[in-house]
Ligand binder design. Structure first.
Ligand code: AMP
Length: 215
């Protein structure tokens, strides 16, 4: 099963990916997570990506495409994978189509999670994450049991540097300009299903599960 989760930043792609991975036993590939790791480890790619990420801009296509090509060639992808945060441009989508064709694989489904801008801004600016285990919290809707401490591993929670209001607004602008056209791109391929990302995590997951369960 090869699936793409498409949606603006903050619609819940990361949270829903965690659920999909558990229920459907496929692996998740999050380009944002890979890049944050590269930045943390101060690799060459991390150094290049950092300035774009801090401003909420897209990292150049050629870097991302090479990164994904390497990642999906690993053996753990043999039984399928879920992409979260890729593709984000038409150029990336076209390259991905070619990669799959060369491997004799095909994309099963693109799920677009739809949420309005005001809700996204509230979700992202109140999001806190665990730098150690990656758990995601929301100060209002899913607060940790102990103030700013991860329920799972006890680390101190942090705010992602690109979750401040100005950067969130820029990320939304970038999404509309570069990533939204992918809705049309995959609609034309007959691969797109849209779900509302409003409601609680379980409600949204129910909508997604129904689509994936029918594949
Ligand atoms: P995310 O965690 O998916 O919101 O990604 C965080 C940041 O990483 C984005 O704002 C971009 O700067 C960069 N990024 C992640 N995925 C991509 C991609 N497919 N293309 C370009 N930049 C990306």
């Amino acid at each position: 099963m090869i699936v793409i989760l498409l949606g603006a930043p903050g619609v819940g792609k990361g949270t829903q990916s965690e659920n999909i991975v558990k229920k459907f036993s496929i692996i998740q590939i999050s380009t944002g997570d890979i890049l944050r790791n590269e930045v943390k480890n101060q690799t060459g790619l991390g150094e290049k990506a950092k300035t774009y990420m801090e401003k909420g801009e897209l990292v150049p296509d050629e870097l991302i495409i090479k990164m994904i090509e390497n990642r999906i060639s690993k053996t753990d992808c043999a039984n399928g994978f879920l992409l979260d945060g890729f593709p984000r441009t038409i150029e990336q989508a076209k390259s991905f189509d070619q990669m799959l064709e060369q491997k004799g694989l095909s994309l099963d489904k693109v799920i677009y999670i739809d949420v309005n801008d005001d809700e996204i801004i509230e979700r992202l600016t109140l999001r806190r994450v665990c730098p150690t285990c990656g758990a995601i919290y929301h100060l209002k809707n899913k607060p940790p049991k102990q103030d700013m401490i991860c329920d799972i591993c006890g680390s101190k929670l942090v705010q992602r540097s690109d979750d401040i209001k100005e950067t969130v607004e820029n990320r939304l602008k970038v999404f509309k300009e570069h990533t939204k056209p992918l809705i049309d791109y995959y609609e034309k391929q007959g691969k797109l299903s849209s779900v509302s990302g409003l409601g609680n995590v379980d409600e949204v997951f129910g909508r997604i599960s129904k689509i994936l369960g029918n594949l």
